[in-house]
Design a protein around this ligand. Structure first.
Ligand SMILES: NC(=O)c1ccc[n+]([C@@H]2O[C@H](COP(=O)([O-])OP(=O)(O)OC[C@H]3O[C@@H](n4cnc5c(N)ncnc54)[C@H](OP(=O)(O)O)[C@@H]3O)[C@@H](O)[C@H]2O)c1
Length: 431
């Protein structure tokens, strides 16, 4: 290694991830320098509150009072943004860094999903890197795999489990026979769920990751058209019913090209127990890519936490240390295209529908009539009367039907006075 072969780094954000990364880079500077033939040299750090107690020791000389100064300093080569959020300080920092010709590494999925196209244009014009491996599925190296290992392939589908919190909740409800709220409380205590886990539970976190993956897989701009449902409406009875029918319930993100149109969707899905994706439990993430000529590739691992996220961040930093200036989304912005989005209402699904009803004559035939009026054929029907005999739970599995007709059934039954709870629709299968 040449004596002065080093790149100077500023880390902005010293929370869970930033403080772990800072210590990692300090402890592993030598080995990283040997592997990359270039020294990763952290010269500045910054965060919101200088006086906050932290579990790392930082030389005061390294502290930048104004985090934006990192973007203007001629000594800084790489800026690592670990603040979070699509707006505010993170946005200002990353736009300013790229405009000032600094390489950027970020773990911020919200920022990349919202401003990835604009940011990649600036990065490309200024011939610097914008790296975001840590923004999608933590330690799972899916972005680098798409950009490098799988570069030969035309990808037509990417799907999987992209959110550890929701996967932990669904698999623990199943394994430990607990209800949604009890598992959520445990998840918060164990640090698997944030105090405000809204974006984990309502599907938004998966949606941001899926948008980024779609544009990388399909060489397209980030498409904000996406169908999103979360897991808060899933209860223990659905988990038990799924089990009896030979399924597990998973929150999936799926993006696929069919007839030159892109379908992007995030929703709970019944998955056959024997399938690979059904075996991904707890906080694990898994991404499956269908491409030609490779076929199906699967990559799984820890989706969050300082250790896994640091693994991804260091992969990005190393790429820059080695001098690999690449297009942030695999190909030049000039070559990326706008895909035609197709709403899932036109897509065919087999589905699980559940109706909680008053147990009285005529109800079942009324429901099955609504199915036949919507041309949805029934594959299986299970009726479980409540112990009191006053209520009954009807579960129907359909043959493949257009999503819009499945939803029409929900809308039409919802209005019936025999219904005692909102009916449910969960799509079946990842295909
Ligand atoms: N946690 C995970 O498991 C995980 C996994 C993958 C990706 N990520 C992503 O990693 C990023 C960081 O997450 P985190 O969990 O480390 O968050 P965090 O613990 O909340 O840390 C945020 C850091 O940003 C600093 N900050 C906030 N506002 C600021 C401002 N206006 N100016 C300068 N600094 C500011 C905070 O400063 P103070 O310390 O002074 O308050 C803090 O150090 C996010 O984009 C997140 O989505 C996290």
């Amino acid at each position: 290694m040449k004596k002065n072969n080093k790149l100077n780094i500023a880390i902005v954000g010293l929370g869970n991830i930033g403080s772990y990364l800072y210590k990692y880079l300090k402890d592993n500077k030598e080995i990283l320098a040997k592997k990359n033939n270039c020294i990763p040299n952290v010269i500045f750090v910054s965060a919101k509150n200088k006086n906050k107690k932290r579990n790392i020791k930082i030389n005061k000389k390294k502290w930048l009072k104004n985090y934006l100064d990192a973007t203007k300093s001629k000594d800084v080569d790489i800026i690592i943004e670990l603040i979070g959020g699509a707006e505010g300080a993170a946005k200002k920092l990353v736009f300013s860094a790229l405009k000032n010709k600094k390489h950027v590494v970020t773990a911020n999925k919200a920022l990349i999903a919202k401003y990835g196209d604009q940011l990649s244009k600036i990065a490309e014009e200024n011939n610097v890197n914008l790296e975001f491996e840590a923004a999608v599925c933590g330690g799972v190296p899916i972005i680098r795999s798409l950009k490098e290992g799988l570069i030969a392939n035309k990808i037509n589908k990417v799907y999987g489990i992209f959110n550890g919190t929701s996967n932990y909740i669904l698999s623990t409800m199943d394994k430990e026979n607990k209800n949604f709220n009890d598992v959520l409380t445990d998840a918060k205590k164990l640090g698997y769920a944030e105090s405000n886990p809204l974006s984990d539970l309502n599907g938004d976190d998966v949606a941001a990751k899926l948008k980024i993956l779609s544009s990388l897989c399909f060489n397209s701009f980030v498409d904000h058209n996406i169908h999103v449902e979360g897991i808060s409406f899933i209860d223990k009875l659905d988990i038990d019913n799924a089990n009896k029918l030979g399924y597990k319930i998973k929150l999936l993100g799926v993006s696929e090209i069919i007839n030159n149109k892109v379908y992007q969707r995030v929703h709970p899905t019944l998955i056959e127990k024997s399938s690979y994706i059904a075996s991904i439990d707890g906080v694990l993430n898994a991404v499956i890519v269908d491409g030609k000529p490779v076929g199906q590739s699967v990559i799984q691992g820890e989706g969050a936490g300082p250790e896994a996220t640091t693994s991804a961040l260091v992969s990005d930093i190393s790429s820059i240390l080695r001098g690999n200036v690449k297009f942030p989304f695999s190909i030049s912005i000039k070559e990326r295209k706008k895909l035609r989005y197709q709403n899932i209402s036109e897509r065919f699904f087999s589905a699980y529908l559940r109706f909680e009803v008053l147990d009285k004559p005529g109800v079942l035939s009324n429901i099955t009539n609504i199915f036949s009026k919507n041309k949805v054929s029934i594959k299986r029907l299970i009726q479980n009367p409540n112990k009191s005999k006053k209520f009954s739970s009807i579960v129907i599995i359909t043959h493949d039907s257009k999503d819009k007709f499945l939803n029409k059934i929900i809308k039409q039954t919802e209005k019936k006075n025999y219904l005692i709870k909102k009916p449910k629709l969960i799509r079946i299968g990842a295909n």
